[in-house]
Design a protein around this ligand. Sequence first.
Ligand SMILES: [Fe+2]
Length: 306
Amino acid sequence: MAQFFPFKNSTNTLSSLPKLGVGLSFQAPLQSFVESYWDSFDFLEIIPDTFWNDLGASATPRYQENRNIQGYMEFLAKHKPIIAHSIGLSIGSADWFDSLHVAQIAKWQRQYHFPWHSDHLSFSRLTQTFGHLIDVGLTMPVPYDAEVLDLLVDRVNYVHREVSVPFLLENNVYYFEIPNQEMSEADFLNQLTARTGCGLLLDLHNLYVNAYNHHFDPWDFLNNLDLTQVVEIHVAGGMVMEGFYLDAHSGVCPQAVWQLLEELLPQAPNVAGIVFEVFGTYYYQMGPELLKQELSQARAIWKASR
Ligand SMILES: [Fe+2]
């Protein structure tokens, strides 16, 4: 089958994206914050999968949309640019590719004009022995080998054909290491972006989590990564539990992650947005003042790097 590469010069495509500034990852419990403090962020990142009901792969129609929720999306989109950061593609599932999910993202992109969209470089769904599809509810890491790379290249190209704006994949968090991998994470990401032209959503907190749990220097990864492909950065907070540091999105961002951001931005010329992530349930604990403080810290670093 002939391959179609819509982004022949990916660096040019990624570099021409609007520089949005600092964004907030939207979740329903943040509604009052968003409506009270519009000035504390420049754009919103939504998880589109949380705005519709997925009735299952065999259902027709597959997705059920709610008029009230869509009305709220339209309200948000009138105030700020919206970016879609999906959790539902499961692009690394070995035996399953969700083309209907891609079609649904394409439909929302046409409706809300996201300048780019993203998902996770991971898998969460797999088929059991008797054909039953399960969702493990976590972004599981994929092995970094040539076979997985070929599989992902075809799928990213498919996404590019169906959705007319750049697609980014997010570096994943992993709590265990898959043995005997053929390449490092940075090599794998570089080959994936070089072969497809896709961008990267670099989650610095995910990197910090991996570096903490597996005892390496985050710069060993960053120094080997093609930073020209980074379009978006995530920052967040976490917590230590039973010896592991968890990507819990549970509050303020560690100082070490802010420092990574500060040092990285001047080296990543195509970054168009930094997003602060906090789970809605932890927002009640965090409160508006601390959230405003985190957003203004991100803004100060963003402005200093411009
Ligand atoms: Fe993230």
